[in-house]
Design a protein around this ligand. Structure first.
Ligand SMILES: [Zn+2]
Length: 397
């Protein structure tokens, strides 16, 4: 009886367990801390040399001029590609090589990659040098266990994921490195539970809304215009006209947790009035109140629609509320995205997980990971509204 090729492959991978641990440790030993983006070049070269020795063509892409790029900390990405012996799709494994700062409280050197009680300890062991090593070992095992490999395999090690991806995935994606006809499928072995196949995420819009007032002494508020009261009007409008709408909007995306399956809006912070000196509360009428909102949007919504909905409420207040002026500034935005849940990658990954650990779930992440786009602060002009004639008349009488 012919042997099952997938079983053969799994056996080949299992036989390389020690090699997988050693590769993970080697990768952790590059202290690719970001910021500032330490050791990117040697880490990329290490991956490139390994893949070249396995017959891959290797490109190093320097994301010149992207945030943080300098002579001392160059943003160097590595992409390795191996064409198969027959035509077929290209499957690309992408991992980021940067790690966040190690921080305090470690009981061992975070870059020594110590193995203790069957675990590898080190910064990036989980996120995501372990994933990178796993994809390299899997791809090498596949090449070694198959006589005819249809299609193309790619492995990339990219930078700056922890700081927005400008010099990494963002830079490469803009230049077509992950697009058809070069690449057909991308798998990112980020750590999101062993039984989870993450196929997308909701979108994000962070913005700062500021209401403007006029300062006066607190004993004579009628001489000023309270920006905090104007912000209260914004919140009141959100409660009345926006929150019920958002709660009623449901997505077809399999987002986890289920509570995140509709549109949400968080008020992250509000700051109003003059800064306080401890023991001396601010005595004036606030001339400014700022609020940061975090709006999570569904794949069924558009960023423009989501922004327009908030602007419409604010513009209504400009038209209806005496003295109401505001400005709004985009801080951060991510478009919602979702791969085909019945596509070949999602289905075969779920099947492989079931085969190895006996269970699998296809899920969309509630937050947004990767693909982030930070926006340069841009202030909209405050919108002024002439006082309505009706009020002016009333004030005179
Ligand atoms: Zn990560």
């Amino acid at each position: 009886m012919a042997s099952d090729p997938t079983e053969d492959l799994f056996r080949t991978i299992d036989a390389r367990r020690d090699e997988l641990v050693e590769l993970t440790r080697e990768l952790i030993r590059f202290p690719t801390v970001n910021p500032p983006g330490e050791g990117y070049r040697p880490c990329a070269q290490y991956i490139g040399e390994r893949m070249r020795s396995r017959g891959f063509a290797v490109d190093y892409v320097h994301a010149a001029g992207t945030p943080g790029d300098s002579e001392r900390h160059p943003r160097i990405n590595v992409i390795a590609r191996r064409e198969g012996s027959a035509p077929g799709p290209c499957v690309h494994f992408n991992s980021h090589i940067d790690v966040v700062q190690s921080g305090a409280g470690w009981t061992m050197d975070p870059f020594a990659a110590v193995v203790k009680d069957g675990r590898v300890y080190g910064r990036g062991a989980c996120d995501m040098k372990g994933g990178l090593a796993a994809s390299i070992i899997a791809v090498e095992a596949l090449i070694d266990s198959t006589a005819v490999l249809p299609g193309t395999l790619e492995i990339s090690g990219t930078v700056d994921e922890e700081s927005g991806g400008y010099g990494g995935v963002h830079y490469l994606a803009q230049r077509g490195w992950f697009s058809a006809p070069r690449v057909d499928h991308v798998i990112i072995p980020e750590p999101l539970n062993v039984d989870r196949v993450c196929i997308g995420h909701r979108g994000v819009w962070w913005a700062e809304i500021e209401t403007h007032g006029r300062m006066a002494h607190g004993s004579m508020p009628f001489l000023g215009d309270c920006a905090v009261r104007h912000m209260h009007a914004v919140l009141d409008r959100f409660e009345r006209d926006l929150y019920p709408k958002l709660a009623a909007r449901h997505t077809d995306m399999p987002v986890v947790p289920p509570g995140a399956r509709h549109s949400t809006l968080n008020i992250n912070s509000i700051h109003g009035g003059q800064p306080e000196i401890p023991g001396y509360p601010a005595p004036c009428v606030p001339d400014s109140c700022r609020m940061v909102i975090d709006r999570r949007l569904l794949i069924e919504e558009s960023l423009d629609g989501v922004k327009g909905e908030v602007l419409e409420l604010l513009d209504q207040l400009v038209a209806e509320r005496a003295g109401f002026r505001y400005s709004i500034r985009d801080i951060f935005e991510v478009r919602p995205t979702m791969a085909d849940r019945n596509g070949p990658v999602a289905r075969s990954t779920a099947a492989a997980i079931r085969r190895v650990i006996g269970r699998a779930q296809g899920q969309v992440h509630a937050g947004a990971l990767g693909g982030r786009r930070r926006i340069q602060p841009q202030r909209r002009c405050p919108r002024r509204r002439p006082r309505p004639a009706r009020r002016r008349q009333r004030a005179r009488s």
